[in-house]
Design a protein around this ligand. Structure first.
Ligand code: ATP
Ligand code: MG
Length: 180
């Protein structure tokens, strides 16, 4: 794999947060755009252990996209998370740090990392350190609701996806190809 130091780019830290639908799918869209130009992207997903359509598509069609899941296929309790949820998130954090240090990717996306911090599975300070110490050229994307103020302050870009309306409230349940 090429070292990304050879590429001319301004590595950005981007946060996609808010209570509306479209954060993870937006991050995958950004990955697709980067991959189209011959770049390699790695997505590390926290608190997820289920193959969504995007995971299946990545395996089938996108050789330049690596997706690593660090979670279970079940809801995590905010008040009382299982030890396994904490362990998996911590393992994900370690993997993320190693992959960031490897400097092999043009873009790294930490999907749902903001939620993992909000649920105290991961310390906010760890993410602050990642942002501070990341390779200069790396584009880093942090997704998930409840992004902390400090993390938003440090980012170059913050987009908040705000729920104006969601079909869930009209009783329409999650559908293949839309929600998963
Ligand atoms: P997507 O993966 O579709 O881009 P997301 O990453 O913005 O969604 P999350 O907060 O990660 O949303 O929530 C995951 C799931 O919850 C998605 O399947 C999504 O459809 C659903 N969801 C997101 N926002 C809302 C909402 N405001 N009301 C109800 N369900 C929602
Ligand atoms: Mg999401």
């Amino acid at each position: 794999m090429d070292n990304i130091e050879n590429k001319k780019c301004y590595g950005l830290t981007m946060v996609i947060t808010g209570n509306g639908k479209g954060k993870t799918t937006s991050a995958f869209g950004q990955a697709l755009r980067a991959i189209g130009h011959g770049n390699k992207v790695c997505i590390i997903q926290f608190m997820k252990g289920r193959k969504y359509g995007e995971n299946l598509a990545a395996e089938k069609y996108l050789n330049d996209l690596t997706v690593i899941q660090c979670g279970l296929d079940s809801f995590v309790s905010k008040e009382n998370p299982d030890k396994e949820d904490i362990d998996l998130a911590q393992q994900g954090l370690k993997k993320a740090k190693d992959i960031i240090e490897s400097n092999k990717y043009y873009m790294i996306i930490l999907d749902e990392i903001n939620v993992a911090v909000d649920f105290n599975l991961i310390a906010e300070q760890d993410i602050i350190d990642i942002i501070k110490n990341k390779p200069k050229n790396l584009n880093l994307i942090l997704t998930g609701r409840y992004a902390s103020e400090k993390i938003k302050d440090m980012a170059d870009l913050v987009s908040e996806v705000c729920e104006v309306k969601h079909h869930f409230n009209a009783g329409i349940e999650g559908q293949e190809g839309i929600e998963y």
